[in-house]
Design a protein around this ligand. Structure first.
Ligand SMILES: Cc1cc2nc3c(=O)[nH]c(=O)nc-3n(C[C@H](O)[C@H](O)[C@H](O)COP(=O)(O)OP(=O)(O)OC[C@H]3O[C@@H](n4cnc5c(N)ncnc54)[C@H](O)[C@@H]3O)c2cc1C
Length: 400
């Protein structure tokens, strides 16, 4: 049986493990963190990703996770509605929902669905060596493990990517993002609702994740270097949204300071090089993107499915990995680029530019708004040849 080593047990690593196991591949996962994460913010799992999860037998709704999003409104900073986005009709057209979840709940569910797949916590992967029979990884404690292939699912600062594509600094985009989840209900946020508030160089999102809880995030343009400072006090965050809609100020007030996490806005220039023989990359390790399209985790979920598909239908492991990379390149390049483009518009600061932007939001034709919102959420599952393969025809001799 072919054995895959996976570095990283985030959304990408765990989804990949589930998809590979479903195709009969043996999998072992190595995660640097000492235990799985129980903190952090939320995630919007868009129609494309819920469709892939469903193909893997995972239905977030029947698992009792999160809340289906059927109302999405853009507001001014003070809370005046500017535009309703057609999220319910887009979900209906695409045949799968957008589900907003607490990130830790999604990770716990994926870990559960990975079944008896070994996941070694406190196991940082620091390097790999290609050999005649595959690849061996070295962990931080010096121990090595050998497999037929290695999948770098180790996030934006991926050690596997650094080895595959060479070290390269991340790109800073000059703003910080605060995130938190908290118990909160407010008449301005209907059940299943997502509300975004757009100001000058700052934005805020308030999202129902079910069970009387919300996920909120706020962004603020900051001078270079400031986005890394990390520990902003709750008072600073509140000051940033003084004068904004009451629900924005209330939800921040209701959140414990220790629960507010600050993340710098970063991505990387898109790289075509994801692979090195029996080694490939998935998720943020391959194509980190800004959060504007809410598609980083969605693309990671697509990657995992696509990788397992290509491995199952290729003549060898290496051919399967290159096939996966070719299949994913165009879509993920587009997502990285489109996220950057949208982010620039969202974080505009000059009053005239902001005024023009808000006019476009208010008066753009409904058809254009729909087209723009549906585009990132369209994803076609690869078609299974008949009869469907149940295990990879990966030929170990083909590994070079
Ligand atoms: C503020 C914010 C909001 C977002 N909102 C959304 C959203 O609404 N929808 C959406 O789809 N996406 C969203 N994203 C993007 C999404 O979070 C990421 O794209 C997604 O988490 C990528 O998953 P990943 O598994 O590739 O990487 P990660 O989540 O970073 O996981 C990588 C894992 O690898 C581990 N690791 C790191 N180095 C090593 C190593 N050397 N060895 C072993 N393990 C290692 C890490 O500990 C981690 O567990 C958001 C991102 C941010 C920052």
């Amino acid at each position: 049986m072919v054995k895959a080593l996976v570095a990283g047990a985030g959304v990408a690593g765990l989804t990949t493990a589930i998809a590979l196991r479903a195709r009969g591949v043996e999998v072992e996962v190595f995660e640097a963190a000492p235990a799985w994460r129980t903190s952090g913010g939320g995630l919007g799992i868009a129609c494309n990703a819920t469709k892939v999860l469903a193909a893997l037998g995972i239905d977030l709704r029947s698992a009792g996770l999160g809340r289906v999003c059927d109302r999405f409104t853009l507001h001014t900073a003070r809370g005046r509605p500017m535009r309703e986005l057609p999220i319910a009709s887009i979900s209906a057209e695409l045949g799968s929902p957008v589900v907003n979840v607490r990130r830790a709940d999604l990770i716990a569910l994926l870990r559960d669905r990975a079944g008896d797949t070994p996941v070694h916590y406190g196991s940082e992967v620091v390097g790999y060596e290609r050999g005649r029979d595959g690849v061996s990884i070295t962990r931080a404690d010096g121990r090595t493990v050998t497999g037929d292939l290695l999948i770098g699912a180790d996030g934006i600062r991926s050690a596997v990517r650094a080895r595959v594509a060479g070290p390269e600094p991340v790109t800073e985009h000059g703003y910080v993002c605060w995130i938190a989840t908290v118990a909160f209900e407010h008449s301005a946020l209907p059940p299943g609702g997502a509300a975004h508030y757009w100001g000058r160089g700052r934005r805020f999102g308030l999202i129902d994740i079910g069970g009387g809880h919300v996920y909120w995030w706020g962004t603020k343009n900051v001078p270079a270097g400031r986005a890394h400072r990390g520990a902003d006090t709750k008072r600073e965050v509140l000051r940033c949204y003084a004068g904004w809609a009451s629900e924005v100020r209330e939800v921040i007030s209701r959140t414990a300071e220790a629960d507010i996490v600050s993340v710098p806005a970063q991505d990387r220039p898109f790289s075509d090089r994801w692979g090195d023989g029996p080694v490939t990359l998935v998720g943020d390790a391959a194509h980190p993107m800004l959060t504007s399209l809410s598609q980083g985790a969605g693309a990671a979920i697509e990657d995992g499915y696509s990788l397992a598909y290509h491995l199952a239908h290729a003549t060898g492991v290496v051919a399967g990995l290159r096939g996966y990379e070719r299949a994913r390149r165009e879509r993920t390049r587009w997502l990285v680029t489109a996220s950057r483009r949208l982010s620039r518009t969202e974080q505009l600061e000059h009053p005239i530019a902001v005024c023009l932007r808000d006019l476009v939001i208010r008066y753009a034709p409904a058809s254009a708004v729909r087209r723009q919102n549906i585009a990132p959420m369209r994803f076609h599952l690869p078609i299974e040849p008949e009869p469907p393969a149940t295990s990879p025809r990966a030929d170990k001799e083909a590994i070079r």
